[in-house]
Design a protein around this ligand. Sequence first.
Ligand SMILES: Nc1ncnc2c1ncn2[C@@H]1O[C@H](COP(=O)(O)OP(=O)(O)O)[C@@H](O)[C@H]1O
Ligand SMILES: [Mg+2]
Length: 305
Amino acid sequence: MLGPMPVDPDSVSAVSDGLRAAGYLPGSSTALVSYLATKLGKPILVEGPAGVGKTELAKALSRYLDRKLVRLQCYEGLDEAKALYEWNYRKQLLRIQAEAEGTGWQAVQDDIFGEEFLLARPLMSAIAAEEPVVLLIDEIDKTDQEFEAMLLELLSDFQISIPELGVIEARTQPVVLLTSNNTRELTEALKRRCLYLWLDYPELEHELEIVRMHTPELGEEISRKLVQVIHQVRELDLKKPPSIAESIDWARSLILLGADDIDQQTFRDTMSIIVKHRTDLDIVAERVGVKLGDPVAADGAQRPA
Ligand SMILES: Nc1ncnc2c1ncn2[C@@H]1O[C@H](COP(=O)(O)OP(=O)(O)O)[C@@H](O)[C@H]1O
Ligand SMILES: [Mg+2]
């Protein structure tokens, strides 16, 4: 029996529409780069501040392309055993113990280094999958350069060599997304292999559309005010400006609290949802509170009538 037809986009606008239908509102370069990546078979390196939709893009692509998502979350000290494969020692040991006396070591060894004793980790799973997947290598900047080098090999040849077993070739080619929060400069070699997508905080209207998509219950008017305030806050010199993630959290909170406007009081009560550093809170309380134009001054003192 034939399975479902794989989704193979034939234009940038098809990708744009597909991502929207999958719950992601792409900017124009996002749709363009995603389209090229599926056509050229090249990985996308997505860089940008936290909370601007890098991880979500991979998830949305997997929904749109109707491919399974295989995710490798990077962290400091991540090694090949956790990313590629490792030998299943426990099973190997059991196998050795179960071996009848007198079997030659060579025979046992040939056996226990077979594919059956291999534990596939995300990178291997992604290229060994029967159906092509979307592979998300999330926050690659958290690993070190050795790891990047190993990855390069995989991304250019789509194969993995295992000393005891030989070369494992890719069965299917994944759509690959690497994300980086830009905490360190990635190597030129890696960048050269990838298409590059810089995601930044969106324009006001674009962000409003995103917020409205996630929280349609929040009124049009108050949603617009929310996004305007967020944009004001981003202009301040903060340690951590609020991202789209914070805008959405804020919108959800306002719904729960039954707010129908963002006045001074509401803002004060809820601003810790969008700003999360002590010093940032002080700056925002002082600078944005005033602009909301409430009769109560920023320092809390009543203005003379
Ligand atoms: N273009 C977009 N369309 C829809 N939702 C978005 C978009 N960009 C970001 N989001 C939402 O913002 C939140 C943060 O996105 P995420 O992908 O986790 O950020 P990052 O990986 O860049 O830190 C998620 O809830 C995501 O759904
Ligand atoms: Mg992320």
